[in-house]
Design a protein around this ligand. Structure first.
Ligand SMILES: *Cc1c(COP(=O)(O)O)cnc(C)c1O
Length: 363
């Protein structure tokens, strides 16, 4: 059994993908060009945002979004304590300070009730992660951001394809970022990412920033980076995007099988009314995690832990000297969560094998 099955996906779309790669090779336009321009249009129309801007990774997408929003050294940005490291790392990379906020135990997303306590005179913005593919509570988050005049970024690295009350992840607040890392719901064959926004000025600035701040050939308005998405990745992503809705439906079906088979054994994901999940991960939790993981491994079933440490406990943040007691939910979740194999091609039988192994572990 595979944790994610990129080989099966490749086999299914092989001819289309190879044709598009060949077309890009023949056109010998490896940066920019029609593949990227078309992908950007298709991504924007998929999620409903006015602009989609392809870039080099989900990490660079966060950096570009914050650069465009004028984040400076000394600024503070609110981030969830339970996420992939890049959410906080990019804040620090720009010289600002990530201020960690605990998460909700039902959705694993940032707890809006705890945000205001973390706001100071230096706070510039909030980054909310839509973890595992379920959107954070953007209605509440937008209210808080507006009240305190803060920017709000959705880190949608895991949630591209998800939705909330008829709107798509990527279009739930002023700026969103996503990742096309191969293991994400929409994955390239290398690194890639995108920034989404409906704000024309911000979009234009992000386009300049990702290309060395150039406003015209060899004219540099800003200090930027090289954060471009290359044409071969764009061509591959265009093929995968065509099949993406069908894959999302399949992921939903797999999640349904798991939730049914695992009822009463572990705490299964709770998807809030109005939310549709992209199922980047199917993550469950149990106080008997070690016991369960041992049994899954014995049966050859791959598992992963997203994430074994809350971000405030990472060595890189030891200088902030934060106390576990201030992040009780993130700390507990990090000892209980584990993710099961999840991809569109997982069979019902496989989901039942996973459930059986977990039942055996608990007996
Ligand atoms: C994967 C991920 C990122 C980083 O994306 P890369 O494309 O790997 O740079 C950022 N935030 C979250 C929540 C992620 O899961």
């Amino acid at each position: 059994m595979n944790f994610i099955d990129l080989k099966e996906q490749y086999n299914r779309y092989k001819e289309e993908i190879r044709t598009e790669i060949d077309n890009t090779l023949e056109a010998t336009q490896f940066i920019g060009g029609p593949a990227l321009a078309n992908l950007e249009k298709e991504l924007a129309s998929f999620c409903g945002a006015k602009h989609a801007i392809g870039c080099s990774s989900g990490t660079d997408a966060l950096i570009l979004a914050m650069m465009a929003l004028d984040i400076e050294p000394g600024d503070e940005v609110i981030v969830p304590d339970f996420t992939f490291f890049a959410t906080a790392e990019t804040v620090s990379f720009l010289g600002a300070k990530p201020v960690f906020v605990d998460i909700r135990e039902d959705t694993y997303n940032i707890d809006p009730d705890l945000i205001e306590a973390g706001i100071t005179e230096r706070t510039k913005g909030i980054i909310a992660v839509s973890l595992y593919g379920q959107c954070a509570d953007f209605d509440r988050l937008k209210y808080i951001a507006r009240k305190h005049n803060l920017f709000l970024i959705e880190d949608a690295a895991q949630s591209f394809g998800a939705g909330c009350n008829g709107k798509k992840s990527g279009n739930l607040c002023e700026v969103a970022t996503t990742s096309f890392y191969p293991a994400k719901p929409l994955g390239a064959y290398g690194d890639g990412g995108a920034v989404f926004t409906c704000n024309d000025e911000l979009a234009e600035k992000i386009r300049m920033l990702l290309n060395h701040g150039q406003n015209a050939s060899y004219k540099h308005r800003y200090i930027g980076i090289n954060g471009r998405l290359d044409a071969i990745q764009a061509a591959i992503l265009r093929v995968k995007l065509k099949h993406f809705n069908e894959e999302l439906e399949k992921r939903q079906q797999v999640a349904g099988w798991y939730t049914e088979a695992l009822a009463g054994l572990v705490v299964t994901p709770e998807i809030k009314d109005g939310n549709t999940c992209s199922w980047a991960q199917y993550t469950v939790r149990s106080e008997k995690r070690e016991q369960i993981i041992d049994q899954l491994k014995k049966k050859g079933i791959p598992v992963a832990i997203h994430y074994p440490l809350p971000v405030h406990k990472q060595e890189a943040y030891s200088n902030q000297q934060l106390a576990d007691k201030d992040f009780p939910v993130a700390v507990r979740m990090s000892t209980e969560v584990f993710s099961l194999p999840m991809h569109p091609f997982l069979t019902r039988e496989e989901s039942q094998q996973v459930a059986s192994a977990i039942r055996e572990a608990l007996n």
